[in-house]
Structures are given as structure tokens and as C-alpha cells.
Design a protein around this ligand. Structure first.
Ligand SMILES: Nc1ncnc2c1ncn2[C@@H]1O[C@H](COP(=O)(O)OP(=O)(O)O)[C@@H](O)[C@H]1O
Ligand SMILES: [Mg+2]
Length: 266
């Protein structure tokens, strides 16, 4: 059986025009992401992970190449893709429920169940009891859950996550990783998640796209995570191959660290 490949990055290149001259952030990134796959993009800070994700989201254009969904080049945002950023970005004057409702109203046609309520999506990520609260009254972790509920509420085909847990303390981060895994195991959306946390990537992903360091960062290696699903944290950590996988990814990152940034001519 051939794997359906709804999302492709083809020769994706991004050059920024800076005061110091043109700067190629990412160069010729190629990857194929299968239906229902959970893929993590892993790399050092500043290597271009967010740039790639934002181009997939249609928030900025590629300079060359780009993103192909179902065989068509895509360069604008769409309700088929929902993004969760590093910081929650909720509207502070709306309650958790109203934040989710606003997103639902903007993408009504995608919903399989027209009667689904904001509470349904808040419940999916375990924060339904916070529906009436303003974001300012919620912890950062709960706000990030509401952001995830908001992203899920448009029933996207692709969930794009940009280091969504990196600002959280480790216990909250573990909790939210578990929540995300449960949600994903339930409906198997295609997930593209940026992280620089090796343990997080190994716990969550089917495959890791390992990025070389910038400038002109590109895909250095694509690594298949061998742990069986459904996953449970202790079982993953105790898997006989865990240490070797972890070490291999760390070795890649060490090998690609500390290259100095240079500006290149166009
Ligand atoms: N708008 C921009 N103008 C100029 N350079 C940018 C811009 N956005 C990002 N960059 C640069 O591109 C590189 C990749 O950034 P980014 O995608 O945010 O990295 P990461 O998410 O991996 O930390 C960095 O060197 C960053 O400084
Ligand atoms: Mg980033």
C-alpha cells in the first residue's frame, strides 16, 4: 500500500532581505509528510524551524519552491491548517470559550459535527472547566491548552505546532505532551511540530526531520522513531533502543552546532 502524501515541502528556500544584505535562512528543504503522520522538525535555535512552519501555514511566502498540499502549491493561510505558537496568543478580552468560538465561526464549513460546541474542544484537551475564564486568569499551561482547543476547533487537516510547550515548566510540559498524544491518537490528524527538545520529539513523533544549522539550513537527516504505539512515557524511556536513538539525534545536533552565521550574496 502506498502512503498518501498530502503535504510536501519541495525545494523550500527562504531568503530575507536584511540591512546587512540578503540572508538565506533555509535552503532547499524537501520532505514528504504522510496522511495522519506526526512529524517533528528538530534543530538548533535559529536554524529556520519557525520559518519553515510559517511558510507551511501560509503566513509568509517562500522565496523559491514551497509547500504542496494534495498536489497544489499553497502560499496563503487556510482553515485546513491550524497553528499553535510558542506563546498562547489568545484574545485577552474574550473568555476561553469565546476564543474557541471565534475560531469556529471563522471556519464553519470544515466541521464534521455542526452541533459541536467550544466546550467539546475544551473538553478534548481537558480544560472544559475553564470555559468561562479570561486568559489572564489561567496558567500558561492552561492557556496553551485553550490554544490547542482553538486550533482543533476548526477541524484542520494539518496541525502545525511551533514549540508549543517550550515555555512551560517540565511537569506541565509532560502533561500537555500526554494530552496532545491522546488527542492525536484519537483522530490522527497530520501533525508537523517544531521542537528543539529531543525527548519530546522521540516521545511524540513518527519521524524527525533533523535540520542542519543555519544559515542556509536544510534537512540533514530524516529519522524514523521506532517505538510502538500507543505510547506511554515510561515504556518509551525504557525501550532498549531509546538511548541509541537519543544519542544519534544528539550526535547529529552536536555535529551541526556552532557554525557562525554569514551573510551570503543573492
Ligand atoms: N523576518 C526576518 N528577517 C530577517 N531574518 C530573519 C527573519 N525571520 C527569521 N530570520 C532569521 O532566520 C533564521 C531562522 O529563524 P527562525 O526560523 O526563527 O529559527 P528557529 O525557529 O529555528 O529558531 C534566524 O537566523 C533568524 O534570525
Ligand atoms: Mg522558532
Amino acid at each position: 500500500m502506498t502512503l498518501r502524501v498530502p503535504l510536501e515541502l519541495t525545494g523550500l528556500t527562504k531568503r530575507f532581505e536584511t540591512q546587512a544584505g540578503p540572508f538565506v535562512a533555509v535552503d532547499n528543504v524537501n520532505a514528504r509528510i504522510g496522511q495522519g503522520e506526526f512529524v517533528c522538525i528538530l534543530g538548533h535555535s535559529g536554524c529556520g524551524k519557525s520559518t519553515v512552519l510559517s511558510i507551511v501555514a501560509g503566513l509568509q511566502p517562500a522565496t523559491l519552491g514551497g509547500v504542496v498540499i494534495d498536489g497544489k502549491q499553497v502560499d496563503t493561510p487556510g482553515s485546513d491548517r491550524a497553528v499553535v505558537f510558542q506563546t498562547p496568543c489568545l484574545l485577552p478580552w474574550l473568555t476561553a470559550r469565546q476564543n474557541v468560538l471565534l475560531a469556529m465561526k471563522q471556519a464553519p464549513s470544515r466541521r464534521s459535527d455542526p452541533k459541536a460546541t467550544p466546550e467539546h474542544y475544551l473538553e478534548l484537551v481537558g480544560v472544559a472547566d475553564c470555559a468561562a475564564q479570561l486568559p489572564g486568569a489561567l496558567s500558561l499551561g492552561t492557556q496553551q491548552c485553550v490554544s490547542l482547543a482553538r486550533a482543533l476547533s476548526v477541524e484542520p487537516r494539518f496541525l502545525l505546532l511551533d514549540e508549543p510547550f517550550s515555555t512551560l515548566d517540565s511537569l506541565t510540559r509532560f502533561d500537555l505532551q500526554d494530552t496532545l498524544l491522546q488527542v492525536w491518537e484519537r483522530d490522527r490528524k497530520t501533525v508537523l511540530m517544531v521542537t528543539h527538545d529531543v525527548d519530546e520529539a522521540l516521545y511524540l513523533a513518527d519521524r524527525l526531520i533533523l535540520m542542519t544549522d543555519g544559515p542556509a539550513a536544510t534537512v540533514g537527516e530524516i529519522f524514523t522513531v521506532p517505538f510502538p504505539r500507543p505510547r506511554e512515557r515510561t515504556a518509551v524511556l525504557e525501550h532498549p533502543d531509546y538511548y541509541a536513538c537519543h544519542q544519534r539525534v544528539l550526535d547529529f545536533l552536536k555535529h551541526h552546532a556552532h557554525q557562525s552565521k554569514v551573510y551570503v550574496s543573492a
